[in-house]
Design a protein around this ligand. Structure first.
Ligand code: GAR
Length: 214
């Protein structure tokens, strides 16, 4: 059975676009934005995916907005709810309602740099590797079980913008990969709270991304 998914966005929608164009075994039922001006809405429409705006400014508080959002999402009965640049913190009730079917992409190698301004913070911290993370969403922000990560080098002359662009290119690879694994039923939640990808790969892995390269 094809997995049904709803994508939530707030703006540009480049991760959403990567998902829509990846040829995934997924029925994208709807794209929902909390901002009417989100550029991603037009991209979704171009791909023939129905769009809905639920403007958080038209709702009285977080709980009321999340309730309206959940009502719209549930009309589509999705197996998966995908946060693709959705920039609202969700209430605990909302997150629990979608337990184990709510995923997010975050522009950092969690648990490093949760929250905002991840690229500037990575530069300020002097890390030599940075990247992005796809994870299940739990009530604590940016702290749910990690499904997959992609790492990139941080270069000596990077600015937050150049680093963001390097990470974003990997986001566009990583998110479709992770959603494909979810659609194929290959991501297992472990009892220790982590995830495992099935089938498990045997043996040692000796390659590493080293930065700087000298
Ligand atoms: C992406 O870099 C995504 O990782 C980030 O916002 C950007 C959205 O870009 N998400 C977060 O920071 C979530 N807290 P996009 O709209 O072009 O996909």
């Amino acid at each position: 059975m094809t997995m049904r998914a709803v994508i939530l966005i707030s703006g540009r929608g480049s991760n959403m676009q990567a998902l829509l164009e990846a040829g995934l075994p997924v029925d994208f039922a709807c794209v929902i934005s909390n901002r009417p001006e989100a550029a991603g809405l037009a991209i979704a429409a171009r791909h023939g995916v129905p769009t809905v705006v639920i403007d958080h400014r038209q709702h009285d508080g977080r709980a009321a907005f999340d309730a309206a959002l959940a009502e719209e999402i549930d009309r589509h009965a999705p197996d998966l709810v995908i946060l693709a640049g959705f920039m609202r913190v969700l209430t605990e009730d909302f997150v629990r309602h979608y337990a184990n079917r709510l995923v997010n992409i975050h522009p950092a190698l969690l648990p490093a740099f949760p929250g905002l301004d991840t690229h500037a913070r990575a530069l300020a911290a002097g890390v030599k590797l940075h990247g992005c993370t796809v994870h299940f969403v739990t009530p604590e922000v940016d702290a749910g079980p990690i499904i997959a990560q992609a790492a990139v080098p941080v270069l000596a002359d990077d600015t937050p913008e150049t680093l963001a662009a390097r990470v974003l290119r990997q986001e566009h690879r990583l998110f479709p990969l992770a959603v494909r694994w979810l659609a194929e039923g290959r991501v297992r939640l472990r009892e220790d709270g982590g995830t495992a990808l099935l089938p498990a790969r045997d043996g040692d892995v000796d390659d590493a991304l080293i930065s700087p390269t000298g």
